[in-house]
Write a protein that binds this ligand. Sequence first.
Ligand code: HPA
Length: 246
Amino acid sequence: MSSFAFIGGTGMEAFAGLTIVREHALETPFGAISQPVMEGQLAGRTVFFLHRHGGDRAIPPHLINYRANIWALQQLGVATVVGVNAVGGIAPEMRPGRLLIPDQLIDYTWGREHSFDDGSSGALLHIDFTEPYDRDLRLALLEAADRARIPHEATGVLGVTQGPRLETAAEIQRMARDGCDTVGMTGMPEAALAREAGLAYAAVCMVVNPAAGLGDLPLTLDNMRRILAQESAVVQELLLALVTDA
Ligand code: HPA
């Protein structure tokens, strides 16, 4: 079976169990990738890891070169990608500490390079995005979570905002009316680009705060990081279970 890649975000800067064997500093036609892609071994399989916010540079969500990152993974022979996102919770069950394997998304981002299609190929590229996440990969993640006894929400809608600022309370109310269960900033265009590139892509969301206007604590990165450390360890267990049983 071909290789897995995990794309980590805030709170998942590295993958603890991964024995790194190589780093790939790839050039791409779309510019620089976030950081060299780590190639490692996990449960006897080749796994690639990429931190989408980069190393010390801390690339903000709206400036991540999603096209370069996805292109690089495809060049490395990756067929299956799991993107990990820290998110705010909108629906009541999406409390901090909860994991969601979303089945739908709504894209509120703007101005990002969101397609590989620059109009030069002579063919129109209209991907089917009815189901934005790969069905089989999502099922495999859900099964892995069950096997590893990791509590999770098996369906839900991720709303993806532009950032880097957090939302207003009114924006969150509107997103709730739209049907969003969670809100994050990095799920798009990553998922659509993966589909364009022919990669199976699914997401795992770590709820780290009640979204704007829904909680008592101020929305600070420090408050989010407190919960992220625990949740990211659980996500790594989940991904290990996914790879182990693939
Ligand atoms: N909104 C958007 N992105 C986020 C949030 C949030 O509340 N929490 C973590 N990432």
